[in-house]
Ligand binder design. Structure first.
Ligand SMILES: C=C(O[C@@H]1C=C(C(=O)O)C=C[C@H]1O)C(=O)O
Ligand SMILES: [Mg+2]
Length: 459
């Protein structure tokens, strides 16, 4: 691979049959664009777009088109498959990049399914268990600077034409990006909670399964939202950006579907050898005014049931991070994270990771944390597989990006929904512990539907 500051180091090509090589070129954008405008401009690429904005707004990525897919449905070995394919693609890659930033050049965009061992339904058809790709074009806004990356695949015996092919491909980039004119969302015809009563019975059943060993199981449910006409992805994203400004806003399209949401939860971020994760579990509603809101926050901080839910997550993430880091920082007590519709117990984690670890190995280590699976992990997953009548697909799972130097970030894809034609399936789950009350857990999931429901124009 070449050196990142543009001096190309041509690697030796050994294969006898001409292999394809990834060539990537990064250019700085002079006239800054709005990233949603950029995403929207490429409506013709619908089905092949990706959107990412982190809570700080310092890292935003839009991917357009597919240059190379890396997909797998190999269960547990999906992680190593993606890692291997990504490494081998990068080995021979030629990167023209004179900028010293993360999130530019060849970047892998996508996500993993929640549980590769769960039986699949047609709901998620079109998405693989590991669903990744290198985009044709990518707009990255990193620390206020914008870059366009163009990626092509070219046969090794045609490598001398790479620059020309890149130039031709970049003709497809529009000279000017107009402001996205919001298209109003079609009206909601019906919101239908899936198996509402049955879900509460399941919660009750799970509470009774919690004994000496099994401490926590996260149960999720879905709600189906039907519209009079097809949903406009751009408009949903626009609402999410406006309404959930401190969330991870993501969208991953596949064929005629789009998985989108606004998550408060980081799974893992890696920047050089520094890694960050988040323990997020324990929830309460927002107040109608500041006094009420603070009182609710205090109530959450001192509530033993919510603290218990939270502590399993801290315990697991702390142990996992200590395994792979030389130093780990984690405060002794949780803080409050306030989102538009809900407040959570939140403990940030950071550390210096050992050289042997990659972002994918960290995802594999951490996912699912007890915030989405349970505690202990394997026992909880077995219960979810057995009792939860839901195909989670990519919900509650790692979604994000990984650059060619190993930096990147993955969120836990909650507060999300799958858009398909004129209907959306939205998801919400909650941590069941011995002290749970099915009715209260039901209400908690109803609050967690709100971010997506509001972005879809509902209440
Ligand atoms: C499972 C979800 O959220 C998770 C469960 C929480 C809880 O039970 O208190 C809180 C935050 C998330 O880790 C969801 O939003 O779907
Ligand atoms: Mg909870």
């Amino acid at each position: 691979m070449n050196d990142r500051r543009g001096t190309m180091v041509q690697t030796e090509i050994r294969d006898s049959v001409s292999p394809t090589i990834l060539v990537s070129e990064v250019k700085m954008v002079e006239e800054k664009m709005n990233i949603l405008d950029f995403f929207s401009k490429y409506h013709a690429y619908k089905g092949k777009r990706f959107f990412w904005k982190d809570p700080s707004g310092k890292n935003m990525i839009v991917g357009i088109g597919i240059c190379e897919k890396i997909e797998s449905s190999l269960g547990e070995s999906s992680y190593s498959h993606v890692e291997k394919r990504w490494k081998s693609l990068l080995e021979k890659a030629i990167v023209y990049n004179e900028f010293n930033h993360i999130g530019i050049g060849p970047v892998l965009l996508g996500g993993f399914a929640f549980d590769p061992l769960k039986e699949k339904t047609e709901l998620w058809d079109g998405f693989s268990e590991a669903h990744f790709y290198v985009p044709q074009f990518m707009l990255s806004e990193i620390d206020g600077n914008q870059f366009i990356t163009t990626n092509i695949l070219i046969h090794s015996d045609k490598i001398e034409y790479a620059k020309e092919v890149l130039r031709k491909q970049s003709f497809a980039l529009p000279k000017r990006i107009e402001e996205y004119t919001p298209v109003s969302l079609p009206s909601i015809q019906k919101v239908m909670e899936v198996d509402r009563e049955k879900w509460k019975v399941t919660v009750d059943k799970v509470i009774r399964k919690l004994d000496g060993n099994l401490k926590k199981v996260v149960l999720a449910r879905a709600s189906k939202v039907n519209f009079t006409k097809d949903i406009v992805t751009e408009s949903v994203l626009r609402n999410l950006i406006q309404q959930q400004s401190n969330g991870y806003i993501f969208a991953l399209e596949a064929h005629d579907k789009c998985f989108t949401g606004a998550s408060p939860e980081r799974l893992v971020k890696k920047a050089g050898d520094t890694v960050f994760s988040t323990c997020l579990a324990g929830s309460i509603s927002r107040g109608n005014n500041e006094v009420e809101d603070s009182a609710l926050a205090e109530e959450l901080l001192s509530d033993s049931k919510n603290r218990e839910e939270h502590n399993y997550v801290v315990k697991m993430i702390k142990n996992a991070m200590e395994e792979v880091c030389t130093t780990v920082e984690i405060p002794a007590n949780p803080q409050i994270m306030k989102m538009r519709d809900i407040q959570h117990l939140y403990t940030p984690v950071s550390g210096k990771v050992k050289e042997t670890e990659s972002l994918i190995s960290l995802i594999r280590l951490l996912h699912p944390t007890p915030a989405l699976g349970g505690f202990p992990r394997d026992e909880a997953l077995e219960v979810i597989r057995e009792v939860e009548g839901l195909d989670r697909g990519l919900y509650g799972a790692p979604i994000g990006w990984l650059d060619y130097e190993g930096n990147g970030e993955f969120a836990v894809s909650i507060r999300s929904g799958l858009l398909h034609g004129n209907s959306a399936t939205i998801f919400a789950g909650c941590g069941i512990v011995a002290d749970s009350d099915p009715e209260l857990e039901y209400t908690e999931t109803a609050i967690k539907f709100k971010p997506m429901l509001t972005a879809l124009g509902g209440k």
